[in-house]
Ligand binder design. Sequence first.
Ligand SMILES: [Zn+2]
Length: 96
Amino acid sequence: MGYKSKTCPKCNAVHNKRGEFCSRSCGNQKKHKPETKVLLAKKQTEWLTSGTDEAEVAVHNFTSLGANKVAEPIAPLRDNMGSGRFVQDGDLWEEV
Ligand SMILES: [Zn+2]
């Protein structure tokens, strides 16, 4: 039973499971060649700059969360503001 016998490229174990790797953990450790990485980056960039709604959301999420994992600040409720917290351009809140 099973698929034809083959050798796992990661750990060299002989197995007859589906796909080239013997286990999920081996499959997840595949190393891409540098030229493959360049190709993936090129395609990713093409998609991110394609202007579709999905791409715009992905760009926004990366910009606000991707690099430093700090979410954009959320304005506090007006009740917590106290008095005299208005700024000149009309925003109702400031960093605390
Ligand atoms: Zn393996």
